[in-house]
Design a binder for this molecule. Structure first.
Ligand code: KG4
Ligand code: ZN
Length: 317
């Protein structure tokens, strides 16, 4: 069985994992705290933090798996897409390790790794499938005729869905990243309080657009031409209703377009990956689909290195 050390540094998570075959032996993620006070990721700070965090994270991954560096058969690393400075830290570290150990280096596409992350828990998911990646950087629908073959069906024309959650979180004065906080707030809100809708792209029924939805919320809070209301003066109930209505509109839009994609390619299953998979309301809503839906196992939704190692394993097995 091939033992892979995987490294992921595409954004603000410094991550390493050991994967043997498709079994995840360890999955260590250091989420960089340095960005919190800026309300978003500062690329230069992210690269510097990776430099500090990556070595100890790799040591921890080896320790948790109970393995030694000399036992590793191959190194896998996320090659992009992502922040260039952050990626360079992971890639150069992986190159150095591969050279010094005399082991092969496998470059992995970060979005593909999200896409196939549900297979770690469900290796027998039937194909043809539809793949949906919903993260802070991507919102894309794929036709997957078989594992390893992806045809892009639709993508966001502006904000990614996670990015929209984060920006709405900032509008509502919530900590970064806003996604999990919006979900919490929405639990006690009325999802029908505001008639928000996801954007439709002309002649592209499988594309997404979330910037209009975000602006609709901005206008509700501040008025169309200025500072009608200071977000911090909104009552808790008002914030809960705004969060619930936004979340409902985003989820309904994802569900509608995913259903279209499933019908278009006559898919036998749906694979969903990316940080927004953490959202339990979304998971509940997708239960209404007529085909099985496969989600990433615990720890493999938001950025992590286990999904990088697992995809590398599929490539070498
Ligand atoms: O996959 P990921 O870690 O990073 C990218 O590759 O972009 O996804 C991070 C995104 C953030 O935008 C975050 O707000 C969102 O996932 N997220 C959520 C939830 N948990 C994380 N969005 C909605 N509901 C959640 N519970
Ligand atoms: Zn990601």
């Amino acid at each position: 069985m091939v033992l892979i050390l995987a490294i992921e540094t595409s954004c603000d998570e410094s991550a390493a994992a050991l994967v043997e075959g498709t079994t995840v032996l360890s999955n260590v993620v250091a989420s960089q705290r340095v960005h919190e006070s800026y309300g978003g990721v500062v690329p230069e700070l992210a690269s510097r933090a990776h430099l500090q965090l990556l070595s100890p994270v790799i040591d921890e991954a080896l320790k948790e798996a109970g393995r030694d560096l000399r036992e590793i058969d191959a190194i896998a690393v996320a090659e992009g897409p992502g922040l260039i400075g952050s990626l360079l830290v992971g890639i150069n570290c992986a190159k150095g390790l591969a050279l010094s150990l005399g082991k092969p280096l496998i470059f992995i596409n970060h979005v593909q790794a999200h896409l196939y992350s549900p297979l770690v828990a469900h290796p027998c998911a039937p194909f043809p499938a539809v793949g949906l990646v919903i993260s802070g950087g991507h919102t894309s629908l794929y036709h997957l005729p078989k594992q390893g073959e992806e045809i892009l069906l639709g993508k966001t024309r502006d904000d990614a869905v996670g990015e929209a959650f984060d920006k709405v979180g900032a509008l509502l004065d919530l900590p970064y990243p806003g996604g999990p906080h919006i979900e919490q707030l929405a639990k006690k809100g009325n999802p029908h309080a505001h008639p928000f809708r996801g954007g439709q792209v002309k002649n592209r029924p499988l594309d997404f657009s979330f910037s209009g939805l975000k602006t609709a919320l901005l206008y509700k809070i501040k008025g169309q031409n200025g500072k009608k209301v200071d977000p911090s003066s909104l009552s808790l109930q008002e914030k809960q209703d705004l969060a619930a209505s936004f979340q409902q509109a985003a989820i309904d839009d994802l569900l509608t377009k995913t259903t279209r994609a499933i019908t278009k390619v006559d898919a036998k299953s749906l694979l969903v990956g990316g940080g927004v998979c953490q959202n339990q309301t979304l998971r509940e809503t997708f239960k209404t689909l007529s085909i099985p839906v496969y989600w990433p196992p615990k720890g493999l939704s938001t950025d992590n290195a286990a999904m990088i190692g697992a995809l590398a394993s599929y490539k070498v097995l």
